[in-house]
Design a protein around this ligand. Sequence first.
Ligand code: HEC
Ligand code: HEC
Length: 334
Amino acid sequence: LAWVCGAVVVAVAAWQFTESRLMPATPSRSDEPVVSTLRSSEPLEPIPAAPALDGRKVALGQRLFHDPRLSRDNTVSCASCHLIDQGGADGAGHSKGIRGQLSDFNSPTVFNSALNFRQFWNGRAPTLEAQIDGPLHHRSEMGTTWTEVLGKLVKDVWYAREFGALYPNGLQAAAVKDAIATFERSLHTPDSRFDRYLKGDVQAMSLRELDGYQKFKSYGCVACHQGAAVGGNMFARLGVMQNYFSDPNNMTPADLGRFAVTGRAQDMHVFKVPSLRNVALTAPYLHDGSAPRLEDAVQVMGIYQLGIAIPADDAAAIVAFLRTLTGEYAGKPL
Ligand code: HEC
Ligand code: HEC
């Protein structure tokens, strides 16, 4: 715990130091030149250009993602918990799997999941392909096996043709995973107002939103939520400054965080720092779905991650900034 705290405090201090030297206390737009180059001194980056993908594999993966035959009783698809037209999550604290059972965690979005350095709240899957075994086998999510799934899909002539044409070994678990992961890599959301600002369009954000961005940096949120995904590239304990899990009787296996993966004491309550891209669309928040509104999540972060009760007006400015992180999918606003 000591070194995690230390590292964060140092990182926060470093940010505050750079901020106070490089940035005016109140962002002002009028005296800023309109630049066409990237703002390279920023801790956050625009979403990179969409990767080149095989369109036919994307279409195949999209169909599989929406196919309930990937669950034991043909009632639940990936899209049941990751709704593409609802920010890639499902709006529930815990998602419903087969027979109405609840998942252990709050559903994260699948948008930009390709930018995560690991998958799942506790980071237990190294790749998007490896992630798929999780929900497929989980008894309260899809509760099935690959043998069962492949036995159903092989009877579908469209799948037989597509897999035959696209994969040398035809319809196999590895090919299904590859197609779904290829579709997920297409779930890319560039061109948010914040990205346009970073690329030099200073009119893309209001002064209030810029003030929120400034506070997001000066409070030290960027010590953990960094890079193009505004998160998704490191682990951190939930409760760096104060114990979030104070009631041991009220703790679930999900609350163990990375400890459940590694068994190491220092990984207790350590989670992947989630991406904040499109975060305005994916309430409720946190791994346990306990924060109903974005304002609540920001307050939790202040108290447990930074040791600060963030004044309501500052929290509201930060939320205004977070709302500028909503991007576009397939050329339309999410
Ligand atoms: C019953 C609801 C449910 C179903 C069905 C489901 N998921 Fe999820 N998904 C979740 C939950 C809950 C998590 C978080 C679980 C965890 O962290 O252990 C998650 C996590 C993920 C992640 C990791 C995202 C991140 O930021 O770490 C990806 C990617 C994903 N799901 C894709 C899929 C795909 C692909 C399918 C279909 C094969 C699928 N999900 C089926 C609920 C579901
Ligand atoms: C020490 C690292 C750290 C710092 C500093 C930090 N966060 Fe987080 N943040 C996390 C982690 C870890 C989670 C996931 C916690 C969990 O398990 O639910 C998270 C979750 C969130 C969420 C919920 C996202 C979701 O999809 O559920 C929001 C919003 C958020 N942080 C915003 C902020 C803001 C705003 C600040 C600054 C006031 C901040 N964070 C500071 C590590 C950090």
